[in-house]
Design a protein around this ligand. Structure first.
Ligand SMILES: Nc1ncnc2c1ncn2[C@@H]1O[C@H](COP(=O)(O)OP(=O)(O)OP(=O)(O)O)[C@@H](O)[C@H]1O
Length: 257
């Protein structure tokens, strides 16, 4: 495994206990226990239909669990609504990029920053009204290595940079826990490397939980891996541990590794 260490003390920021979801009698997720740590990257992997997306939907409260408990930053969020959970610092970046194509990188980040600041009205009157947010926007753009593309329209960015911009807009909400749904989906080799490095950087000061099919990325940047199969946890540990588990190889990696 390569360099995935950083300085901050690992503490649990998001946890699930006995998490389960039934869809009309079909058990999609069952007895899932998860501990997601600050300043760590945690991967959720497993074959198609294993329940990864359902777990994400349960954690972000887009779905109400049938069983179990979810705790965010010490608060029981099991019965909370998605927007309240997002305001508490659990933010999900969707698989489909949600940036405005005709706005530049800087403008997109400013729009994202003004959401929590509730400056909508001023924004739609004039982009200049957001000048006060430029400082924070520049810092975010710099953190994500987007400075050379600051004045480029989102539509003209490469696929990978668009994904980085999408992560930047998500970070504008200042999440404690960032959920990434297949951040490498549809990307070429070079973009995968760029985005992986960005995720590593982002996770220095935040928890990241990601669903990812690209196992070399998981091996490279993730500290902890949870393997799901048919809605249940099959194995967990660092990548080397789960990759060496014969049950995992049979269930999932047999065709991949
Ligand atoms: N709303 C729903 N109603 C009924 N069944 C559902 C619903 N959502 C998911 N399922 C079922 O739950 C199981 C888990 O699906 P889920 O999408 O969570 O898996 P996944 O691991 O994310 O798969 P993939 O890698 O293909 O995205 C599947 O059998 C799926 O058909």
């Amino acid at each position: 495994m390569s360099d995935v260490h950083n300085d901050e003390e690992p503490r649990v920021v998001l946890s699930a206990r006995g998490l389960g979801k039934d869809f009309m009698g079909f058990t999609a997720v069952n007895n899932v226990n998860l501990d997601v740590h600050h300043a760590r990257i945690h991967a959720l992997i497993g074959p198609n239909g294993a329940g990864k997306t359902t777990v994400f939907n349960l954690l972000t409260k887009f779905l109400q669990p049938t069983r179990g408990q979810i705790t965010l930053l010490g608060t029981d969020i099991t019965k909370m609504k998605p927007d309240a959970v997002a305001r508490m610092g659990l933010v999900r970046s969707f698989q489909i990029s949600a940036v405005f194509p005709h706005l530049t990188v800087l403008e997109n980040v400013r729009v994202a920053l003004q959401r929590p600041a509730e400056l909508h009205v001023q924004f739609w009157r004039s982009l200049g009204a957001l000048d006060v947010l430029n400082g924070r926007a520049e810092v975010l753009i710099d953190e994500l290595g987007l400075t050379p593309w600051r004045d480029v329209r989102a539509a003209d960015l490469s696929y990978g940079r668009k994904r980085v911009l999408e992560i930047a807009t998500t970070l504008a909400l200042d999440p404690q826990v960032l959920l990434l749904d297949e951040p490498m989906a549809g990307m070429g080799h070079e973009d995968v490397h760029t985005v992986a490095e960005i995720i590593r950087e982002v996770a220095r000061h935040r928890a990241v939980l990601m669903v990812e099919h690209n196992l070399s990325v998981v091996a490279d940047i993730c500290h902890h891996v949870t393997v799901l199969q048919r809605g249940e946890i099959l194995a967990e540990g660092d990548y080397a541990t789960v990759a060496a588990d014969p049950r995992v190889r049979t269930a999932y990696m047999g065709t991949e590794a």
